[in-house]
Design a protein around this ligand. Structure first.
Ligand code: SF4
Length: 463
């Protein structure tokens, strides 16, 4: 979501006539779009603001106005602290103020520093869903599409609900229209974005009931949305992040199984394999239910890859709890996982459980033990792909080997392969997998597939 917001801020600035600078010496503006889900976000922010102070002062010496903007969820959460620690910041804006970026910079230029943090309740759909704003996409062939913002869950370790607000679903038709517009612009791969995508539409149905209109279609299901965007002409791949195991239903899995464009990849956050810890986390499912759901997904979706998130060392996690997590991870046979050592986020319930915090050396040992299990299943899953022909979408040249390219399979696995010809990012190709490692596959190019529909657009003057 944060990366998506950054693309929108860049798009707004470009629309206003700015260009991306090659270095900070050339820049007139630095935007720090913070994400407090990341560890040490505040240290990184204040570290950056430390070197930006002389950068801004140098601008005055050079007779150039230099501006600093701090955006994102840390700005939303800590607006006063940012202003106090770095009064030279021109704009501090919250997660619901992205659409105001240009106006706020102008205001700061005329009248001095400004802080603006909106509550989601006071703003309209365009502001709520940054997908509706101009964009500077990092990749021309794929795009994030926001379907929902905020989160109504109360996971005790998570700061998202307090910085992104309550869950609000974007109207179904707006999403499909945006995907169609993206396809016309050459995008072939989309990722639907939300904090809990498979509860999409819950609030839309509540609105309908409140309106008391019997003709209003009941709540749109996430599965219906997958089918609708997957049917858009030109869209070859549909992905989504992130579902919540407690809200995963058969309709979503069926939509994945039956919609050719929806990729065979399910990112399914486990967090813990202990029911006791899952309760402490307020996750709302048991390890058994979780395992049953991925078994169901694998039975319905041919060749489904399953990835996950796991936290080790949650406050109060005993050795017995942790061993249960090891067992569930081993049974689930994940293709890959994001593994985290618990770290408290100020303002969350878990941050208040200090008397139950786990010793750092215990957490670190549990991390290593869990990593062994996860690496083992990743290797097994990846080695099983040797000899298979995979469709990849080219991401670009391999950073370590100038003759090689990197692509991504439908299961979201990275594949490195050589090509005598230069391949443009966004090109589809087929590759035979020849070897496997924990985090990537290697292969041999079979053929370059149909050219992507996106084209480099030349202006009339250039022609
Ligand atoms: S579902 Fe839980 S972890 Fe995910 S954003 Fe909501 S509160 Fe955070």
């Amino acid at each position: 979501m944060n990366a998506h917001d950054s693309e929108r801020i860049s798009g707004l600035l470009e629309q206003d006539g700015m260009e991306r600078a090659e270095s900070e010496d050339d820049a007139d503006l630095v935007v720090l779009n913070t994400c407090c889900i990341r560890e040490n976000a505040d240290e990184k922010l204040y570290g950056s603001l430390g070197w930006l102070k002389p950068w801004k002062e140098k601008g005055i010496e050079l007779g150039r106005e230099r501006q600093i903007m701090v955006a994102g969820c840390l700005a939303q959460k800590d607006k006063d602290r940012v202003r106090k620690r770095a009064p030279y910041v021109d704009v501090v804006m919250g997660t619901h103020n992205v659409h105001r970026a240009v106006d706020l910079l102008e205001h700061a230029s005329m009248s001095g520093g400004i802080t603006e943090i909106f509550d989601e309740a006071v703003i309209d759909d365009h502001a709520l869903f940054p997908s509706a704003l101009p964009v500077r996409r990092e990749r021309s062939y794929n795009a994030w599409v926001t379907i929902q913002i905020g989160c109504d869950n109360t996971c005790t370790y998570c700061i998202v609900p307090s910085v992104r607000g309550k869950e609000i679903s974007r109207p179904f038709g707006d999403i499909v229209d945006e995907v169609a517009a993206l396809a016309r612009d050459g995008v072939t791969e989309i990722s639907l974005l939300g904090q809990n995508v498979n509860s999409y539409g819950r609030d839309l149905s509540l609105d309908a009931r409140r309106a008391g209109d019997a003709d209003i279609k009941l709540r749109p299901q996430f599965g219906e949305l997958l089918r609708a965007v997957g049917a858009v002409d030109g869209i070859r791949r549909v992905r989504y992040v992130s579902p919540h195991p407690k809200d995963m239903n058969l309709e979503t899995l069926m939509a994945m199984a039956e919609t050719p464009a929806v990729c065979e990849h399910l990112h399914y956050p486990l967090q813990s394999g202990s029911d006791r810890v899952l309760t402490l986390m307020h996750r709302g499912y048991t390890a058994q239910k979780y395992l049953e759901k991925i078994a169901q997904a694998r039975s319905l979706i041919e060749d489904a890859a399953v990835t996950t998130d796991i936290i080790v060392g949650f406050p109060g996690e005993t050795e017995e709890d942790f061993v249960q997590s090891l067992e569930v991870a081993a049974e689930a046979q994940f293709d890959s996982a994001y593994l985290f050592i618990f770290s408290p986020r100020e303002g969350t319930e878990a941050a208040k459980m200090q008397e139950h915090f786990i010793a750092p050396e215990v957490m670190s040992s549990r991390y290593d033990r869990m990593k062994v299990v996860l690496d083992h299943s990743a290797i097994i899953k990846h080695e099983a792909r040797i000899g298979r022909i995979e469709e990849v979408i080219v991401e670009g040249r391999n950073k370590r080997d100038a003759d090689a390219f990197t692509g991504r399979t439908r299961q979201n696995k990275l594949v490195h392969f050589k090509s005598a010809d230069a391949l443009r990012a966004g090109t589809y190709a087929t590759v035979e997998i020849t070897s496997a490692a924990r985090f990537h596959l290697s292969g041999q190019l079979i053929e370059v597939g149909a050219e992507p529909t996106h084209k480099v657009r030349l202006s009339v003057q250039a022609l």
